[in-house]
Design a protein around this ligand. Structure first.
Ligand code: AMP
Length: 182
């Protein structure tokens, strides 16, 4: 399902660039302005619901924290379950976890061990707001497989196309970003 130029413009112009956040040299893509714009938010979610309506999904998994917003809204529109992929230490029950490297040091994401137990070979769509280096999404896609799901695609509102993240993630799953940032 292609995005019309008009819809692409509606979505792109609702996202705010914040220079030098959280540190000098980073242009932070602020999606709170998109969420607050009912037309832009609906345009995005309608596009995603059309795209994924025919995928035969069982779950949408969203990455902590902005992936929860888009992921949960999409799951509800598609009539499937939502599964949170959380930063370490937040989930109350038994978890499966995956470490990944950051610029300096490591981070870790977790998923409940029984997240997909209701559906053998569950077809799962992974969702986050943005893919940069791809480290977070790569770890999350691995977690989905480890806990018995099949990650059929990873979907992002924005992709920083000048970084290598999408190519790396494509080793694990299909990748789709709505808007590419050059
Ligand atoms: P990465 O693991 O490098 O792909 O980083 C992706 C995660 O960091 C996502 O959850 C994004 O929300 C966040 N992120 C990284 N870079 C940016 C940016 N320039 N603007 C907004 N969020 C970002």
């Amino acid at each position: 399902m292609n995005l019309s130029e008009q819809d692409r413009h509606i979505i792109t112009s609702a996202i705010r660039d914040v220079p030098d956040f959280p540190k000098p040299g980073i242009i932070f893509k602020d999606i709170t302005t998109l969420l607050g714009d009912k037309v832009a938010f609906a345009t995005l979610m309608d596009h995603l619901a059309h795209r994924y309506g025919g995928y035969g999904l069982d779950y949408v998994a969203g990455i902590d924290a902005r992936g929860f917003i888009f992921g949960a809204a999409l799951a509800q529109m598609l009539g499937v379950g939502f599964v949170p992929v959380r930063k370490k230490g937040k989930l109350p029950y038994t978890t499966v976890s995956e470490k990944y490297s950051l610029e300096y040091g490591f981070d870790e994401v977790e998923i409940h061990i029984d997240a997909f137990d209701g559906t053998p070979n569950a077809r799962v769509l992974l969702v986050d707001d943005l893919i940069a280096t791809g480290g977070t999404a790569y770890a999350a896609a691995n977690l989905i497989q480890k806990s018995g799901g099949l990650c059929v695609e990873a979907c992002f509102v924005l992709g920083l196309d000048f970084l290598d993240g999408q190519r790396k993630l494509a080793e694990l799953t299909s990748v789709y970003r709505v808007i590419g940032v050059e």
